[in-house]
Design a protein around this ligand. Structure first.
Ligand SMILES: *Cc1c(COP(=O)(O)O)cnc(C)c1O
Length: 253
């Protein structure tokens, strides 16, 4: 058998880590959606990853998503026209902070927006989704670690904002997203994830979003096992797949 590429090996490692974390938590790996965050990946790496079977791709900047999604989508659409090997539809996820004036640009390209963090942003999404005749799935981003540098709604305001989003005609209130704290022990990180899981369960209990409410998006390269232990069913992985952030890259976390 041909030697695996470094990217294929890293993908295997991530799948193995997911499987181990799920086994520990008595969960099924098929419950966990892997979103490959491509912000520091080269286009060739993204294409290779899709060929390896990853169909969910995430970006945290509008500009980069708007540039890449059409290119990568077109590449695979062309390949599929000549290749029986069905890759299936690619789904792009917006995982980073979204400004209202960028909503129009991004909306036609994305399948799930992880980062709704204000009523005004939700309102703009609702208006623009209506113009496209779409009902757009969104997650509420919660700033559970209450770090000032992070976006996301405060824990205390999250349920109310989720209710407001759920009442919007063109948005599907589909779950919650959070980012673990940067400088913290595993126990502290897990406590933050547990808190967000409780908020998610509370929303479910209150039937906010009804059947739309299904995604608990938490966990990145360094902490996704802790997130899976706390019930995450969407994890967002960048560096564990593509290698560490290039030294000259702008900090886009
Ligand atoms: C970059 C990024 C990730 C992935 O981070 P890694 O630590 O590289 O896995 C996940 N979520 C968001 C919102 C990001 O910006």
């Amino acid at each position: 058998m041909a030697k695996k590429s470094p990217l294929a090996e890293r993908l295997d490692q991530v799948h193995q880590r997911i499987a181990d974390a799920c086994a520990k938590a008595r969960r099924q790996p098929s419950e966990v959606m892997l979103v490959a965050v491509t912000k520091y990946a080269a286009p060739e790496q993204i294409r290779e990853l899709v060929q390896l079977g990853v169909t969910d791709l995430g970006e945290n900047k509008v500009q980069q998503l708007a540039q890449r999604a059409p290119q990568i989508n077109e590449f695979f659409a062309r390949r599929q026209a000549v290749d029986e090997n069905q890759i299936g539809r690619l789904r792009w996820h917006m995982v980073g902070h979204l400004q209202r004036n960028k909503v129009k640009q991004i909306l036609p390209l994305v399948s799930l927006i992880h980062s709704v963090d204000s009523l005004r942003l939700a309102e703009e999404l609702n208006i623009q989704a209506g113009k496209l005749g779409r009902r757009v799935p969104v997650l509420l981003q919660i700033n559970a670690s209450e770090e000032a540098s992070k976006s996301g709604v405060a824990v205390g305001a999250s349920t109310h904002l989720a209710e407001q989003i759920a009442s919007m005609e063109n948005l599907a209130m589909s779950g919650v997203m959070t980012m673990g704290p940067l400088e913290a022990s595993p126990a502290q990180i897990q406590a933050i994830f547990a808190r967000v899981r409780e908020i998610f369960e509370e929303m479910r209990w209150q039937k906010i979003g009804g059947n739309d409410l299904r995604y608990l998006s938490m966990g990145m390269s360094d902490d996704f096992e802790l997130a899976i232990a706390e019930g995450a069913n969407v994890i967002r992985i960048g560096s564990a797949l593509f290698g560490p952030k290039p030294p000259d890259a702008e900090e886009v976390r």
